[in-house]
Design a protein around this ligand. Structure first.
Ligand code: C5P
Length: 239
């Protein structure tokens, strides 16, 4: 997973819209993220289309349910030809272990199973929300660290977190553990509903494994040049 290109969040309502968007990126080897909106609309067929285009895929369904249900869901997802899937760490250790077992059970012999990461805290979550809405008094950073350790103990490959937490996380987990970070914005972009945002350069400097970028690319006037600008900052070639 190291040195992956920016992962583009295909937050579109249909496969048609997503594929028309991808048509602009001729010649780029893309890594894309399919989230709930697109997957619930199109189902596994959109993943087949993306596979035919040689895209690497992060299927971002953020599973969070009882262990048995998550085991069965992951067993199904393992057959979809995706590279990366996720669960919520808040589902607990037993659920994360079940997710991993499900993925392994659903992966055909001789094939590599998709990597499995856990969402720590959504990048739209603030300290204030944690305290007043969810009644969690623990500082947000400590919850992220604790969830990361728990994910590692459960055998997962990494976490979804904000760039600001990565350095802290690597003090507690193995250097090979993945940190996949959304909430990425160029200096000139709007934050939208994201709270814990960072630029691609800042993400690189903080040693994260991968960045996920949605609106800064999909809603840019020129998505291809926005993507290239982000990729250059991420690779450290030029700001
Ligand atoms: O448009 P934007 O760059 O904010 O999109 C971020 C993407 O990353 C969205 O698809 C969102 O669902 C996803 N995501 C997130 N925070 C997480 C996990 C996933 O923003 N913790």
């Amino acid at each position: 997973m190291k040195h992956t290109p920016p992962i583009i969040a295909l937050d579109f309502a249909s496969a048609q819209e997503s594929l028309a968007f991808l048509d602009r990126f001729q010649g780029e080897k893309l890594f894309v993220k399919v989230g709930m909106e697109l997957f619930y609309q199109e189902g596994p067929s959109v993943l087949e289309e993306l596979n035919m285009r040689d895209c690497r895929i992060f299927l971002d369904l953020k599973c969070h349910d009882i262990p048995t249900t998550v085991y069965k869901a992951m067993k199904r997802l393992a057959g979809f030809g995706v590279n990366l899937v996720n669960v919520h760490a808040a589902g607990g250790k037993q659920m994360m272990e079940a997710a991993l077992e499900g993925l392994e059970a659903g992966t055909a012999a001789g094939q590599k199973r998709p990597s499995l990461i856990a969402v720590t805290q959504l990048t739209s979550t603030s300290q204030d929300m944690l305290k007043h809405e969810l009644l969690i008094e623990t500082p947000l950073n400590d919850t992220v660290l604790h969830y990361s350790r728990l994910a590692e103990e459960s055998g997962l490959d990494g976490v979804v977190c904000s760039v600001h937490e990565a350095e802290h996380i690597y003090q507690a987990v193995a250097p090979t553990f993945l940190t996949v970070t959304p909430g990425i914005r160029l200096e000139e972009d709007k934050n939208n509903d994201q709270v814990r945002v960072a630029t691609p350069s800042y993400a690189r400097e903080n040693g994260v494994s991968a960045i996920v970028v949605g609106r800064s690319i999909t809603q840019a006037e020129d998505p291809v040049s926005a993507y290239q600008k982000i990729a250059l900052q991420w690779e450290g070639t030029k700001a």
